[in-house]
Design a binder for this molecule. Structure first.
Ligand SMILES: Nc1ncnc2c1ncn2[C@@H]1O[C@H](COP(=O)(O)OP(=O)(O)OP(=O)(O)O)[C@@H](O)[C@H]1O
Ligand SMILES: [Mg+2]
Length: 364
C-alpha cells in the first residue's frame, strides 16, 4: 500500500522537515513563494503552506495571477476573479483575473485622456493606440504586476503566499528591476504619444490648457509604488523563496541553473523542497520491475540532490496515491511539509534532525 509518509532510509530523508523552522524562526518573512518548473507542485505547496500558517493562527492570503485558476482546482471552489475568498478560519485565497485588470487599466487611461483634454470621447487614433499598447505582453505583465502590488501594499494579512506560474514566467515577474524598467518605459512612451496627440487634442478643444506635469506626477507615484514593492520582494528579511523539484536529472540541472539566475537577481532563496519521492515502504513489497526501476532511478537522483543541495533541502514529500485537491489532501501534504517533530500533525515524528539546515541560504 502506498502511504503518505516520507521515506526514512537515512538521516536526511527522515520524517521531520526544516520547513516549519524556516518559517517559524523567521517570523518577519511575510512573503512566501514556491518556484519551479511547470507541474512540480508549486500550487500544491502554496496551498499547504497557507493552510498550515492559518492553522498556526496567522492571517494568510494565498493568491495567484494564473489564468489556469489552479487555486480554484485545489480548493475545489470557484474563486477566479472574485477577490479574496475565505477558505477556512484565517485563510483566504484569491485568483486575480489579469484580463479584467487590463481592461480596467485601459479604462483608466481613457478616462485620464478625456479628463486631461476635456474631451467627450477618445479620438479614434488614441483608442487604436490604447488597444495596441494593451495587446503587448509587457502591458499585460504590468497590469498583473500592478495588481500584485495592490494586494501586497495593502498589508491586510500576516502572510502572503504568492502562487507563481512556472519558472520562466516567475523569473520574469521576479526580476523586478526589468519589469519595472519596461513598465516605466512603456508609460513614458505612452506619455510621449500623448504629447503627439496633445496638439491634435488642443486643436479639437481649444480652450483647455493641458497640464503636462499631471502625467509626470502620476509616473512618479507609480515609480514609488513599484520601488516599494520590488524592495519587499527582494528583501532577504521579508521574503522566503523556495524551489520545488522532483528527483529527476533534468529537473535538478534546471533547478540549479535557475537558482544561480535567481541569486543574480537578488531573490533570496530559502531552500528546496523535493516532491514526488516514491515511498520507501514500497521497497519491502513485491513491486513490479517497472516501479523498481523508477525507484532505483530516484534513489540515484536523491543522492545527487543530497550531494549538491544538501542541507538546503528543507523537506521531502512523497508521491501520493492520488492528486492533491480538497482540504483533507492539502492537510496531508501540510502535515508532511511541516513535520518538525514539535507535534501538531500526523506527519510529526522524531525531532532528531530539527536543527539541521537552519539558517541555510542556498543563494549565498
Ligand atoms: N506529491 C504528490 N503526489 C501526487 N500528486 C501530486 C503531488 N504533488 C503534486 N501533485 C499533483 O500534480 C499536479 C501538479 O501540481 P501543482 O499544480 O501543484 O504544480 P504547479 O507547479 O503549481 O504546476 P504549474 O506550473 O502548472 O502551476 C496536480 O494535479 C497535483 O495535485
Ligand atoms: Mg500552479
Amino acid at each position: 500500500m502506498v502511504t503518505e509518509r516520507a521515506p526514512r532510509d537515512n538521516a536526511s530523508l527522515t520524517g521531520t522537515t526544516q520547513l516549519a523552522a524556516a518559517l517559524r524562526d523567521n517570523p518577519q518573512r511575510q512573503y512566501v513563494m514556491f518556484g519551479g518548473k511547470g507541474g512540480l507542485g508549486k500550487t500544491t505547496f502554496s496551498a499547504a503552506t497557507a493552510w498550515w500558517l492559518a492553522k498556526q493562527g496567522k492571517k494568510v492570503l494565498v493568491f495567484s495571477v494564473d489564468p489556469q485558476a489552479s487555486l480554484s482546482d485545489i480548493f475545489q471552489q470557484d474563486i477566479f476573479g472574485k477577490g479574496p475568498v475565505k477558505i477556512v478560519d484565517n485563510l483566504w485565497a484569491q485568483e486575480i483575473d489579469a484580463d479584467r485588470h487590463i481592461r480596467e487599466y485601459q479604462d483608466e487611461i481613457r478616462k485620464k485622456i478625456l479628463d486631461m483634454y476635456g474631451l467627450e470621447e477618445v479620438p479614434a487614433e488614441i483608442e487604436d493606440y490604447i488597444q495596441a499598447a494593451s495587446a503587448e505582453p509587457a502591458m499585460e505583465e504590468s497590469a498583473i504586476f500592478d495588481s500584485v502590488v495592490d494586494i501586497v501594499v495593502q498589508g491586510d494579512y500576516d502572510f502572503y503566499i504568492y502562487d507563481l506560474v512556472p519558472l520562466g514566467h516567475a523569473l520574469y515577474y521576479l526580476s523586478m528591476a526589468k519589469v519595472y524598467d519596461e513598465w516605466i518605459s512603456k508609460i513614458t512612451r505612452l506619455r510621449e504619444e500623448m504629447r503627439e496627440y496633445e496638439e491634435v487634442a488642443a486643436r479639437m478643444k481649444r480652450q483647455k490648457e493641458v497640464d503636462a506635469d499631471q502625467i509626470l506626477g502620476e509616473l512618479q507615484y507609480i515609480r514609488g509604488r513599484i520601488n516599494a514593492a520590488s524592495k519587499i520582494l527582494t528583501d532577504r528579511e521579508k521574503t522566503a523563496f523556495f524551489f520545488v523539484l522532483v528527483p529527476e536529472q533534468m529537473i535538478l540541472l534546471d533547478t540549479r541553473k535557475a537558482a544561480d539566475l535567481f541569486a543574480k537577481f537578488d531573490v533570496p532563496i530559502g531552500g528546496y523542497v523535493v516532491n514526488r519521492v516514491l515511498p520507501e515502504e514500497l521497497r519491502g513489497q513485491n513491486v513490479p520491475g517497472y516501479l523498481r526501476n523508477r525507484m532505483e532511478m530516484q534513489r540515484g537522483q536523491l543522492d545527487e540532490i543530497r550531494r549538491t543541495l544538501g542541507r538546503d533541502v528543507l523537506a521531502y514529500v512523497p508521491e501520493f496515491e492520488r492528486d492533491v485537491t480538497g482540504l483533507p489532501m492539502i492537510e496531508r501534504v501540510a502535515d508532511i511539509l511541516f513535520a518538525d517533530g514539535t507535534g501538531g500533525g500526523a506527519g510529526a515524528r522524531s525531532a532528531a534532525s530539527s536543527k539541521a539546515g537552519q539558517g541555510s541560504e542556498a543563494a549565498r
